[in-house]
Design a protein around this ligand. Sequence first.
Ligand code: SF4
Length: 384
Amino acid sequence: MNPLWPCAMTGAASCLSGIRGIGVIIHGSSGCFFYPATLLKTPLHCTKLIEEDIIFGAEKRLKKVVEELSSEYDLLAVIPACAPAVTGEDIREILSGYPVIVIDSPGFIGGCEEGYITALGSLPCCIDEERPGVNISGLDLIDPFCRGNLIEMERILGHANIPVAARFCLDSLSSICRPSPLTISTNPDLCGQPGREIGTALGLKNLESSLTGLATWCDDADIDPILDEIRVAEEAIDRACDKYLRRFEPPATAIFGGFSYAHFAAELLSDYLDAEVTSVGCRNTIQSSRFRVEEARDMSAVDRILERDKPELVIGSSFEERQVQNAAFVPLTYPFRGKVRLAAHPIAGVQGALSFMETVLNACMDLRRRDCRIDPHTSLQEFV
Ligand code: SF4
């Protein structure tokens, strides 16, 4: 188990609860239900199993919940939590004859990505070769950047005259079930949608190559306005980083999160700010990388990395933020606690890269200002 990361059942619930027309039933205890319910803030349902149901069977309770909800949704999805999955009740057999899909994603099979991908693979999707445009994938309500990424990708594709097809998974059931053959991803950790993934929009270079690839498939695409935007954004980031580096040393940086977001952050910081990335602490599956990537799935692993590297800049979640006193901190991954977040900030696309670098530079400047107060010989005027 991964104590710092949501379980597979929660990932499945997150995937499905973003789809209008699907009713999500968590078949488990109220404890399993309240975690995704408070995290996702979307309508979820639960069979609220108690000890007797686990011992004597939960067939009656499950059928009752399904019957109560079946008129409200086009499709019901039942996600068995750990306890009913271990007892081995044949839920498909119990619910045969009902308009229900069963998602084999109890918490113990892995982290939220495994659950998300399993749920996605259980949907009755069939590629519509005639549907124009490109699907957007990697949208996950657990992700604090989910809605911002969707808005940014719709903006970018609109400017490039490329229609948006299915939004995996923040869309209607009918749209999700007939995706176009092409997809651009906002988070490659969440793959598994049908069709061909043309690339990712995480990072300016990746976005440019993904749009160039898309333009060869979409006859009416005009990607020049977005390529211009990417160049302007790169120049702006270059200028801001150069200005910072004329005053200060590049920050030694430790990054924590899901692999794709953490790797995106490492590349931006290394390429533009010359930052020494001491470690990428990965919450999910490690992939190949030019950086040192290691598991950071519990607090002892996080503490060990922070103690060993003593980074000046830490990028991650509230778990890491709590552990660092004398470092700049930038939030990147679930959970963000103790912050008011009203706007939909992206991490993907042009605005995602700009917003991330802006937050990093401001956090580093704030740290230097704090240092300035500690060292009375250094004038604050130097930094402004
Ligand atoms: S018991 Fe299993 S399904 Fe329930 S919250 Fe824990 S890991 Fe997830």
